[in-house]
Design a protein around this ligand. Structure first.
Ligand code: FES
Length: 503
């Protein structure tokens, strides 16, 4: 038996354990949250903890064999996008999909992102949004992207159950908070609507997601799923209806369906792009909707970048030049999040610190802080990610028989799209310069879509229309995609670059 003394946020605790397990496994087993984007495979270098007298070690590859003292990093605050924008529907309340259980009735719309979760609580009698809650998806501790989480389900006997339990218990915590604060009884929660990518919805419902990661990528379901409060672990009315909105394919989920449906009818031909731990795309040509997903990986969530981190307190989120950058929470910088790394790579290109092939002669150190540096491998990760997304855009445009001139708008969904400096994104070749005046961040379209579904029967028809009119293009089946992907790996020096950002 060995004793591990754990310090976190000024408190300490002793764990007694036997040898044999990794420190990550031991800490998790004792209820500590350790960020492990690669799922404990020893490849991301992010699961660091400080061992007194030993320095920082990767907790997933460290196997304690004697008494030690461990200092855990503090928990960071996260900024999550929840609000409405001018591009998204705000339909009048028409009674929505109330089940008419009584005079006190609450509906909850939940957007389960791979990284963040947003919950909208709506009074189903008046249509008033009573509360918006948001939090980091606790599953992010088990892997940054869906593939790592599916791997976790595959490799651990109770992996799926474990991931399902952590998300249900996090949602239950917010349901309980709402009940305490609002005076509504838990029994008055009669409806919950969920959007999310196909993997998130599978895990939520306890359905095996493994086939999503294996060719030919056929998920257990894409259609709307219905359960009752009785069948789930949610602390709500036992007769409540739990509904997940429909998905299009293994990698184009209900978040994209709800997001596209949430767009106001402002344009005929448009591109909808959601860059998160993957890059999902939809292109509307009139009534038709062409969709695809690019294996962009989680670089834009900071996960595959050596000093990358999520968009939380301490992350450099914008960068103009040395000495002029912005840190979330205005604290000392600890790492770089997706929007920050896009700015930094754009700057490195402009200053000839990297060439068109992405070649970097020596690590680029930010503001003299040796721990904050961009390495050659980081540039390669960004090249892979930006090329995957840009090439996906080209394939969809070609597939729809359109040219850039005929695209009215490119809508950027989600948090990354909101904080991204568009001119930097164009500079590095992530977004097309041809559309530079027609790129609009639309906010959390998936979450707002789920809320609209609660508010208005009309929105249900919009969802159905998206499903009926959509077709899915599997990029790995298309030779032209591979060709485009190789072609677009390089940077273009003469790409558009706008003005400095103002902080
Ligand atoms: S290196 Fe330990 S979780 Fe990735």
């Amino acid at each position: 038996m060995i004793r591990l003394k754990v310090y976190e946020n000024g408190k300490s605790n002793v764990i007694e354990t036997t040898t044999g397990d990794s420190l990550l496994t031991i800490l998790r087993g004792s209820g500590y949250n350790i960020y492990a984007p690669c799922g404990g495979r020893g490849t991301c270098g992010k699961c660091l903890v400080n061992i007194k007298g030993n320095g920082f070690v990767q907790s997933c590859t460290f196997f304690p064999d004697k008494d030690i003292e461990i200092i855990l990093p503090g928990q960071a605050e996260v900024i999550i996008l929840t609000s409405q924008t001018d591009y998204l529907e705000d339909l009048p309340f028409d009674g929505g999909i109330s089940l008419g259980m009584g005079t006190h009735s609450v509906g909850v719309a939940v957007d389960i992102g791979t990284t963040t979760v947003v919950m909208y609580f709506m009074d189903m009698i008046t249509g008033e949004t009573r509360k918006i809650a948001s939090f980091l998806n606790p599953q992010h501790l088990y892997g940054a992207d869906v593939i790592t989480r599916i791997g976790y389900c595959q490799e651990n006997v109770n992996g799926l159950k474990g991931l399902q339990e952590v998300i249900i218990s996090a949602i239950n915590k917010e349901l309980e908070n709402f009940v305490k604060e609002s005076g509504f009884a838990a029994d008055s929660i009669e409806k919950m609507v969920f959007v999310g990518n196909t993997t998130m919805l599978h895990i939520l419902l306890g359905e095996d997601p493994v086939s999503i990661a294996l060719a030919p990528f056929v998920p257990k379901f894409t259609s709307r799923q219905l359960r009752t409060g009785n069948e789930t672990g949610f602390n709500i009315n036992s007769g409540a209806i739990i509904e997940t909105l429909p998905c299009i394919s293994a990698y184009v989920g209900a978040d994209i369906v709800a997001g596209v449906a949430a767009l106001k009818n402002l344009h005929k031909n448009y591109i909808f792009l959601d860059i998160g731990t993957n890059g999902e795309l939809a292109l509307a040509r009139g009534d038709k909707l062409f969709t695809c997903a690019t294996a962009a990986g989680p670089a834009f969530e900071g996960a595959n970048i050596s000093c990358g981190m999520a968009a939380v307190t301490g992350a450099i989120s914008a960068f103009n030049r040395q000495g002029k950058y912005q840190v979330i929470g205005n604290t000392a910088p600890e790492g770089i999040c997706g929007s920050g790394i896009v700015d930094i790579v754009a700057y490195m290109l402009l200053e000839d610190i990297i060439d068109e092939t992405g070649l970097l002669q020596e690590p680029f150190i930010i503001d003299g802080m040796k721990k904050l540096r961009v390495l050659q491998q980081d540039i390669r990760e960004i090249q892979l990610a930006k090329s995957a997304i840009y090439s996906g855009i080209i394939i969809l445009i070609n597939h729809a028989g359109l040219s850039f001139n005929e695209i009215d708008a490119l809508y950027l969904a989600g948090g990354f799209g909101n904080y991204l400096n568009i001119s930097s994104a164009i500079q590095i070749g992530l977004l097309p310069s041809e559309l530079k005046d027609r790129i609009y961040p639309v906010g959390n379209s998936a979450g707002i879509g789920s809320l609209q579904y609660l508010r208005s029967k009309k929105f249900g028809s919009k969802i159905n229309k998206v499903i009926e009119n959509s077709s899915y293009i599997e990029l790995s089946d298309i030779d032209e995609f591979n060709m485009q992907f190789a072609l677009n790996m390089n940077f273009l020096k003469n790409n558009y670059h706008g003005k400095d950002q103002t902080f």
